[in-house]
Ligand binder design. Structure first.
Ligand SMILES: Nc1ncnc2c1ncn2[C@@H]1O[C@H](COP(=O)(O)OP(=O)(O)OP(=O)(O)O)[C@@H](O)[C@H]1O
Length: 256
């Protein structure tokens, strides 16, 4: 968890209850002549079976932090652990394997293939990995997001919220330890956004899924167990049991 330094049950900076741990993660973009310090010395843990929202003003480093945590980019300094695995030490092939098998990511754009049905989209990650998923497994993933009855529908026949829930089902099919979501409701109206958030919440409460979500939206953040606030790449605050009001007030104070 936040400020876990000094734990005696795990190496310095890590708690055994965390699905993901960032140890002094720093990410700089650019050259030494024009450097952007996007994330600075962030030390954070994301607890297993919990939902954390990462918030902050535009440009505060939310996406960069998520991408470092998910192994999509390598930090300039610091370590990232997925469970016990220090992904900073993995070579490219091992990191790619870990990303495929232990991590999933959902983006603001659903990235569904329009010619495929919901169930075909959901099975795609396993098919690409050379597996033939059982139909029951695919339907179960769709059931987890409330869409078992839409398996044969194509994306064009679904609402935005339903399409994003198919994207979440597709992210679940590999049974990831952590599901990262970058602005998952960013393209949706309030109603569809709520459907997506309640699907994510259901996964945490019923399945024990770990979810880490970057968002601009105080309503979305208030669905999380905990909100971490970034400002200029630094973790400046956190809230537990957040409400839309407490989150919005903090964000306003940070200039978001
Ligand atoms: N590939 C890149 N090259 C150079 N600078 C980058 C790159 N990606 C992000 N940045 C910069 O890093 C900082 C953090 O960006 P990031 O996208 O992580 O913030 P954010 O909080 O997710 O922003 P937003 O809410 O607007 O999506 C910003 O100053 C941004 O301009």
């Amino acid at each position: 968890m936040f400020g876990t330094r000094g734990q005696t049950t795990a190496p310095v900076g890590r708690s055994i209850g965390d699905a993901v741990t960032l140890v002094d993660v720093t990410m700089n973009y650019g050259t030494k002549y024009a450097v952007v310090h996007a994330v600075r010395q962030v030390a954070l843990g994301f607890g297993r079976g919990s939902m954390t929202a990462v918030m902050g003003p535009s440009g505060s480093g939310k996406t960069t932090l998520l991408h470092c945590a998910a192994g999509l980019i390598r930090p300039s300094a610091g370590q990232v652990f997925i469970g016990e695995t220090d992904i900073s030490r993995l070579d490219e092939d091992s990191l790619a394997r870990l990303r495929r098998s232990r991590i999933s990511m959902v983006f603001q754009a659903y990235n569904l293939l329009p010619a495929l049905t919901a169930e075909q989209n959901v099975m795609l990650p396993l098919r690409l990995a050379g597996h033939r998923p059982a139909s029951a497994q695919v339907i179960d993933a769709l059931r987890q997001v409330g869409l078992a009855d839409r398996a044969k529908h194509r994306p064009g026949q679904l609402s935005g919220g339903q399409q994003q829930r198919v994207a979440i089902a597709r992210a679940l099919i590999t049974n990831p330890e952590v599901l990262f979501a970058d602005e998952p409701t960013g393209a949706l109206d309030v109603h569809n956004g709520r459907e997506v958030l309640s699907a994510l919440r259901h996964l945490v409460d019923v399945r024990g899924q770990t979810v880490v979500m970057a968002t601009h939206d105080p309503m979305a953040a208030a669905c999380a167990d905990r909100v971490v606030f970034l400002s200029d790449g630094v973790v400046v605050a956190e809230q537990r049991q957040p409400t839309p009001e407490t989150v919005a007030a903090k964000l306003a104070a940070l200039g978001g």
